[in-house]
Design a protein around this ligand. Structure first.
Ligand SMILES: NC(=O)c1ccc[n+]([C@@H]2O[C@H](COP(=O)([O-])OP(=O)(O)OC[C@H]3O[C@@H](n4cnc5c(N)ncnc54)[C@H](OP(=O)(O)O)[C@@H]3O)[C@@H](O)[C@H]2O)c1
Length: 328
């Protein structure tokens, strides 16, 4: 497993991390034992970067990770959490007092004095222009409540605004074979500024695994049922914003590219993102040990090469650019 420095945090992390939204059991049942098994399998496969949020299972994901991490004090684990979505998404909620309350709760859940990295969790666009927000975050760093802060963003414009802030350590953004706009300006800007890039939803919510058909259905409490059209939160978070049936067809085409490279589709999808210059770590979600283990293996795939990238770009340009590029 390759290691990379995560931007201005200065911490080395595995190039394949683990997203733990699923482990909060917000969608689908995940027992604590199953969650721990996924964490154990990831660590055993070389994963040292774990992404969570205070809202995943309303703190359950953080609590499980915190207890588990205390059992592995010397494993070099970095945990990134997020804050800001336990209240309505209004700019006036991004205050020092709220940041203190939210980070105190995450510190308790994770069982640490200092959070490794806390990310604003897709804040309203106006927040990016508010100096007081970033002054407050600087104060939390100075006080030792957090070691670093970053921003999880929805759009490339927001990513560029975050990168321009001098002490933003990392930007988390949707980046996968069906979402290529971050390649245009965000990855070069992050590299120039030394800001880490955390690539989320790298499998387009599972589409890029090539397992789904037009007939595949998801549980009623799974966002892939209830947020297909952005009913509950940004549409881009579900299937990366692509139409499901168009995504199934495109995934079949991607699977053929992966097969030519001798790889399973999910492995190729993750390795391709991980190999993009400027990406620090990629955070697939995993529901079980088999997924976690095979995803981690993408961190040691040899370079896929320029021809593979050209094919991915051609697929995107033909199928998705017109709908996706102007929006995110
Ligand atoms: N606003 C934000 O900041 C935000 C928003 C979304 C996500 N995130 C973070 O990003 C992480 C990743 O996003 P995500 O989980 O939504 O999307 P994802 O990583 O693109 O997709 C995860 C899904 O892909 C399938 N999968 C995973 N590994 C597989 C494998 N090896 N083979 C076949 N299928 C596989 C599973 O689907 P099945 O369930 O069908 O098995 C899994 O639920 C989250 O866990 C979270 O940490 C952050």
């Amino acid at each position: 497993m390759q290691q990379r420095t995560l931007g201005r945090t200065g911490r080395d992390v595995s190039v394949i991390g683990l997203g733990t939204w699923q482990l909060g059991a917000d969608w689908g049942e995940v027992s604590e034992a199953d969650a721990r098994a996924v964490l154990d399998a990831s660590l055993a496969s070389g994963v040292t970067f774990f992404d969570t949020a205070d809202v995943y299972g309303d703190g359950r994901s953080e609590s499980i990770i915190g207890a588990w991490r205390r059992e592995h004090p010397d494993a070099g684990i970095t945990v990134a959490t997020k804050m800001g979505r336990r209240v309505e998404q209004l700019p006036e909620h991004y205050t020092l007092a709220n940041f203190r309350a939210w980070t105190d709760r995450s510190r308790r859940n994770l069982g640490v004095d200092t959070l490794d990295l806390v990310q604003l969790h897709c804040p309203p666009t106006a927040v990016y222009a508010d100096d007081a927000v970033f002054d407050a975050l600087d104060l939390l760093v100075a006080e030792g409540a957090i070691a670093n802060y970053g921003v999880s963003v929805e759009t490339t414009a927001e990513a560029l605004a975050a990168i321009a802030r001098p002490r933003v350590a990392s930007v988390q953004i949707i980046l996968n074979a069906f979402r290529l706009k971050p390649l245009d300006a965000v990855l070069p800007a992050a590299q120039d500024a030394g800001v880490g890039i955390i690539a989320r939803v790298p499998l387009a919510s599972g589409l890029l695994s090539g397992r789904y058909t037009r007939e595949t259905s998801f549980a009623a409490n799974d966002h892939r049922s209830y947020n297909r059209h952005g009913e509950a939160f940004d549409q881009g978070e579900t299937f990366s914003g692509v139409d499901f049936e168009a995504g199934v067809e495109a995934a079949r085409e991607f699977a053929a590219l992966a097969a030519d490279a001798g790889l399973a589709p999910a492995t190729a999808a993750l390795a391709w993102v991980a190999q993009l210059p400027g990406v620090s770590t990629v955070i697939p979600g995993a529901r079980n040990v088999a997924q976690a283990t095979s995803n981690a293996a993408a961190g040691s795939v040899p370079p896929l090469g320029d021809a593979f990238t050209a094919s991915v770009r051609a697929l995107y340009d033909r199928r998705f650019r017109a709908a996706i590029h102007p929006r995110w």
